[in-house]
Design a protein around this ligand. Sequence first.
Ligand SMILES: [Zn+2]
Length: 289
Amino acid sequence: MSVRQKPTQTQPDTITHIYRDYTSLAQRLAVISPISDRFATKTNDVVIDVIKAQDLWHSRALQLADEGWSALAENDTRLYYASRCPVTGIVPATDVRRFCNFRAICPCCYGRLVAETYDRIVRSFEANNLFGRTTAVECRNSRFVASENASALSLKDAFEHGRVWLARKVRSLRARMLGCLYHLCINPAEKGWYIRYRILGIIPDGSEESIRGHLNRYSLVGSVTKRKLAGSVARVLRYPTGLLKAGITAVRAALDAQAGVQTRGYTGRFRSKHAKEQKEIEWSLAGQS
Ligand SMILES: [Zn+2]
């Protein structure tokens, strides 16, 4: 079979159960729900949504290769795995396959990073005894860059500008929060791109005054539990669905603008004590490892 031939699609009835733990919930809320525009709870519906996300990515990978996107067009092995990467962690893997590691766009590989992030933050909550007595501060902003007056180069500039702004904002908040996760990404749309800025900070319950005036718009989730944390992490790391649904030119520009940029980080209690571990889990966009 040729590498570019579309693989046989997974049939929903071959998967009979889904995982129901909080890590999988975070993945479903962050990746599967935004793609399918609904939050399914019945096993059959979840399986249908998971397979839909998987099929959208497999088609998109082939499309990116056809359009000459170098990471896929010039590497048949990577294309082979990208066009077959399974969505696991939510449904059991039907067989053991290699992941494609296009972490910026593949719903499976993006979902695995959501899971890693959630697990890491839960471990930090447990180690520091933070459950039930802390408040999550969620800050979600975006900036629109219209395609009519933007070249791919200026999108890259706008993204870099956003990255510097977010790093400064996080630095200024560092002393006021016990721990913080931050994330930025580009969501391609019909007439341009949304650059998204996301911050999830943790403060002691009752200390909301300490951040007033330091963030423009934010929402609070009090008395954080594992379940609430799954929702907060999912909102901050929400998958940019335009990568699967927008026009291919806008998607390529978004992937190129983000390539090689570190788009996620931690402060305070969420930071790893071991620099090596910290380095290993940093995002490397567009699957460049
Ligand atoms: Zn993948």
